[in-house]
Structures are given as structure tokens and as C-alpha cells.
Design a protein around this ligand. Structure first.
Ligand SMILES: [Zn+2]
Length: 238
């Protein structure tokens, strides 16, 4: 058993308060950072969906342009053949070219039909893209402002963190080095909670019953008593 005084315990309790503050604030900062990156992920997901819509619209637009070119060259063929027909005296050649003109006119109909379908497709893609773009803009704005709020909170909490750490150091200098070392070791393995009160014979760290003899020792406050269950430093509040 290691001898300690009531003053040591008082310092340990103060140190624990400062430690709890820093642990809480560190957890808070980790949470808000996680929240911030979750928002970023959500935005990136939406951006990927948007890029997909852009790519689909591009394909629809290119298909329309290709169809327009094909229609144009078909028209030119019809026009050219029709002009040539006027100059042909040979009956056989005339008939052959006339067939070709008729075929191209039939082709014109089917090209026009599929062009209308392609135009519809392009228009519906454009509408979907525009709607999604509006949503993306709204979401971007909303997420950016949420992230700014988070940054603001982080900044003020980081300042407080610094204050708590300074406070913790100020308290720690009053403690014997071996006791501080023990405090730090227990804090590290016990989630930042190294010093706990015993109340109603219960350890407030692990909520296990303290054996009667040990409880008396804790109340006497003459030696350093650790909880047999969770190994934290125990103290009794007079
Ligand atoms: Zn315990």
C-alpha cells in the first residue's frame, strides 16, 4: 500500500475534472469531424449521379446530331438524283435512278421517325439534368453552410480544449511524479476516467460493490486504493 494524503486526493479529483473536460471535448471534435466528412460523402455521391446524367445527355445529344447529318446527306442525295433525272434520256438508267430516289424518300420517312424519338429522348434527358442540377446546387449550398457551422463550432471547442489542457497541466504540477504517472496510465487504459468516487459502497467507475474493509480504507484516505474490479483510483467524498 502506498501512503497518500487528503491533499493528494483533492488534486487527483481536480485533475480528473480537467481530464474529463478534455476527453469530452476531444470526443466532440471527433464527432463533428465525422459529421463533416459524412456531409462531404453525401455531396460527392450526388455529384457522381450528376456526372452520370451529364454523360447520358451527351450521348443523346450526339445521337441527335448524327441523325441530323444523316438526314441532310439523304436529302442531298435525293436532290442531286432528282436533278440528274431531268438530264437522263436512257429509259433504263432513268428507271434505275428513279428507284434509287424512291428508296431514299422511304429512307427519309424512317430517318424522320427515329429522329423524333431521339429528340424526345434528348429533351427528357435535358429536363432530368436540369432538375438534378438545381437539386445539386441547393444541396451544395446547404452542405457548405452546415460545414461552416461545424467549422465554427470546432474552432471554439479547439480553443476551449487548449484552455482545458493548460488547466490540466497547472493542476498536474502539484502532484508527485509517481502519482501523476499512475494517473496517466490508468486514464489511458480506462477511457479517460482514472479517479472515481465511491458512493453507497459502489465504485462509480464500474458500479461494482466495494468490499467493506476496502471501503473503510477508502474513507480513511491514508493509502492509495484502486478498485479491485476496474483498477481506478477510488476516493470518498466527505
Ligand atoms: Zn471500479
Amino acid at each position: 500500500m502506498v501512503d497518500i494524503t487528503r491533499a493528494d486526493i483533492d488534486i487527483l479529483v481536480q485533475l480528473q475534472k480537467a481530464e474529463t473536460d478534455t476527453v469530452n471535448i476531444r470526443a466532440f471534435l471527433q464527432n463533428v469531424e465525422a459529421e463533416k466528412s459524412a456531409l462531404e460523402d453525401k455531396l460527392n455521391e450526388f455529384k457522381s449521379a450528376h456526372e452520370k446524367l451529364v454523360a447520358e445527355f451527351d450521348i443523346a445529344e450526339k445521337s441527335c446530331s448524327a441523325a441530323e447529318l444523316e438526314m441532310k446527306s439523304n436529302e442531298e442525295r435525293i436532290e442531286k438524283s432528282t436533278q440528274t433525272l431531268k438530264t437522263l434520256a436512257n429509259h433504263k438508267a432513268y428507271a434505275a435512278l428513279q428507284r434509287e430516289v424512291d428508296d431514299n424518300k422511304k429512307r427519309r420517312d424512317s430517318l424522320e421517325n427515329s429522329y423524333i424519338e431521339l429528340l424526345d429522348e434528348k429533351e427528357s434527358r435535358a429536363t432530368a439534368l436540369e432538375e438534378h442540377f438545381q437539386q445539386l446546387q441547393q444541396l451544395t449550398e446547404q452542405i457548405r453552410s452546415q460545414q461552416e457551422e461545424i467549422d465554427e463550432k470546432s474552432r471554439s471547442h479547439r480553443l476551449r480544449m487548449k484552455e482545458y489542457e493548460e488547466e490540466r497541466q497547472k493542476i498536474a504540477v502539484n502532484l508527485a511524479p509517481w502519482l501523476l504517472k499512475q494517473f496517466n496510465e490508468i486514464s489511458e487504459t480506462s477511457g479517460g476516467l482514472a479517479v472515481v468516487e465511491v458512493k453507497d459502497q459502489l465504485c462509480r467507475g464500474c458500479f461494482m460493490n466495494i468490499p467493506p474493509q476496502l471501503y473503510i480504507e477508502v474513507r480513511r484516505c491514508k493509502t492509495l486504493i484502486l478498485c479491485p474490479q476496474c483498477n481506478r483510483i477510488l476516493y470518498y467524498n466527505e
